[in-house]
Design a binder for this molecule. Structure first.
Ligand SMILES: Cc1cc2nc3c(=O)[nH]c(=O)nc-3n(C[C@H](O)[C@H](O)[C@H](O)COP(=O)(O)O)c2cc1C
Length: 231
């Protein structure tokens, strides 16, 4: 399986999200998937200009020449797309949203009704493409992912991708100084399973998002750390 991974964490290898992503990738590698990883922090992608030149003048091609040119081909031909991202302000980081906007260039301007919803047509190829999410956030509750998940599921519906599962890590800072071998093992198994079947079994997602500490303990720990850093 050809898997395109977009990593939106600016920290890359040192990041909370990458702890999960690296384990997931080692699972993908184990089953022979072809992995292409792009770190958005290393790419220059300008915001969409909104003139829809890509739809009405140069069909399917954005007027801007920047690093987005490296992504159109993998987005078209990958069997699966993974977004690996922190939650920023209850959604995806700005760099990732800018990249998502620029994918509109490859869309079809016509409208049709799909799933009782007015949408742009998608190709059979897009309908066969799988999508999965790996995400971490700093606040304690799992519900902090809800707005992002709702957004990304809507994005998948519009672009034609099938949302196949997620690995979510709330109160992610608690991972730094506690045993999380079961979480990393589940993330690796999820990668292997995704590479083999195109799905993330719920059993692995449940382990990855498990409570690491109580909310009270986490708040105390974060506050102590913050106080020591500020004073
Ligand atoms: C600008 C910014 C906004 C953030 N907004 C949220 C938020 O809305 N909710 C939340 O739970 N965490 C928020 N966080 C915390 C990150 O989601 C969290 O630290 C995450 O694990 C970082 O992942 P990374 O280390 O892979 O970059 C925010 C962090 C930053 C820098």
């Amino acid at each position: 399986m050809r898997v395109l991974i977009i990593n939106a964490s600016p920290f890359q290898r040192r990041s909370n999200t990458s702890l999960l992503l690296n384990a997931f990738i080692s699972g993908l590698n184990e089953c022979g998937s072809k992995v292409e990883l792009f770190n958005l922090v290393n790419l220059t992608i300008h915001p969409c200009r909104g003139d829809l030149n890509c739809w009405f003048r140069a069909r399917g091609k954005c007027i801007q020449r920047d690093d987005m040119d490296k992504l159109y081909e993998p987005f078209t031909n990958a069997d699966a797309v993974i977004f690996s991202t922190p939650v920023y302000c209850d959604g995806v980081p700005g760099q990732l949203k800018v990249m998502m906007d620029r994918l509109v260039a490859g869309g079809d301007p016509h409208l049709e009704i799909r799933d009782d919803h007015s949408r742009h047509p998608v190709t059979l190829r897009q309908q066969s493409q799988k999508f999965a999410l790996i995400a971490s956030c700093g606040l304690w509750e799992l519900g902090n992912f809800d707005p992002m998940i709702m957004h990304l599921k809507a994005f998948c519906n519009n672009i034609g991708f099938t949302f196949c599962g997620s690995l979510l890590r709330p109160h992610a800072f608690a991972m730094k100084n506690r045993p999380i071998n079961d979480i990393l093992k589940a993330a690796k198994c999820a990668g292997k399973s995704f590479g083999e079947t195109g799905d993330i079994p719920e059993a692995y997602s449940v382990v990855v998002k498990r409570d690491i500490v109580s909310r009270e303990e986490y708040i105390n720990e974060v506050n102590n750390k913050v106080t020591s850093l500020i004073h």
